[in-house]
Design a protein around this ligand. Structure first.
Ligand SMILES: [Zn+2]
Length: 293
């Protein structure tokens, strides 16, 4: 009788070079070996399935890749268009700068360095060629340079504007000329032993009397010996006075322009005939209007 231990063993016989080798394995070891081989086979099958799936994915990847390539080409074209636009804009800005420089010469206004003083820095860019293909970074730099140039133009123009405005104001606010058509019947100076503080311009009653500079009306009423009288404040301590009027055409507080009709010539107050008595008053004192003709 074969004992139970023998029954639970598997004997493997190998014949090599005429010699017989015998391996005796327990059934349990044998089962273990079969299990390992099974696991290996399952693992290999799983790998094969995986490779198959990968093969399927790569065909969809391929389509995606092609779509991305097409998109890439499209975007590159768009970037090239932007780069070209940046070039055109820079050319426009350069023309504006040239005009600015010309205007500065014509108006004799000083050059400003306000933008460089502001701490802004212009990126040092060489504009990308849209033929060789621009990149987003270089287009961005170009835009920053254009932005800087435009800011500097704006600052320069604002400065030029304020200089010109001040100059214009000085010009329109500085009395010039006579306030009416007519004959100068009396100059500023000593007359009949006292100071004649203004200039008399004689013409017929009703002749227009105009402001000799822009300003604000500070008086428009009867004023003793001056008769109906208007005074205009031009700022900078300068006022003008128009006396002996017939009619007053502006009210106190009104803004008047240079050359605006403010009254008509009359013969009111202490007057010896139709005329306008015109004074230029600087810091409260009448001065010779001759300096303002
Ligand atoms: Zn007078």
């Amino acid at each position: 009788m074969v004992n139970e231990k023998e029954q639970n063993r598997v004997t493997l016989m190998m014949i090599s070079d005429g010699k017989t080798k015998e391996y005796s394995l327990s059934k349990r070891t044998m089962q273990g070996l079969v299990g390992i081989v099974g696991l290996i086979i399952i693992g290999m099958l799983a790998m094969l399935v995986q490779v198959g799936i990968n093969g399927q994915l790569s065909s969809s990847d391929k389509a995606e890749l092609e779509a991305l390539r097409a998109k890439n080409i499209e975007q590159q074209e768009q970037i090239n268009v932007l780069a070209q636009k940046a070039n055109d804009l820079q050319a426009d800005v350069n023309r504006i700068h040239a005009l600015e420089a010309e205007m500065r010469q014509l108006t004799n206004t000083p050059t400003s360095d306000a933008v460089s003083r502001s701490g802004l820095r212009r990126p040092n860019v060489s504009f990308p060629s849209f033929l060789t293909g621009a990149d987003v970074g270089s287009v961005g730099d170009s835009m920053s340079a254009i932005e800087y140039d435009l800011k500097s133009s704006e600052t320069n123009l604002k400065e030029m504007h304020s200089v010109l405005e001040e100059r214009y104001n000085m010009q329109v606010k500085r009395p010039k000329g006579v306030p009416a058509h007519g004959q100068i019947s009396s100059h500023y100076g000593s007359r009949w032993g006292r100071l004649h503080a203004g200039l008399d311009v004689a013409n017929s009653v009703g002749t227009p009397v105009v402001a000799t500079a822009a300003g604000v009306v500070t008086m428009s009423e009867w004023h003793g010996a001056y008769g109906y009288c208007v005074t205009v404040d031009h700022g900078n301590g300068i006022k003008t006075l128009y006396g002996h009027c017939q009619k007053l055409l502006v009210s106190k507080g009104a803004k008047v322009k240079k050359g605006q009709k403010i009254a008509t010539m009359g013969n009111t107050g202490r007057s010896t005939g139709p005329h306008v008595h015109y004074e230029v008053i600087v810091n409260g004192r009448p001065v010779n209007p001759a300096s303002y003709l």
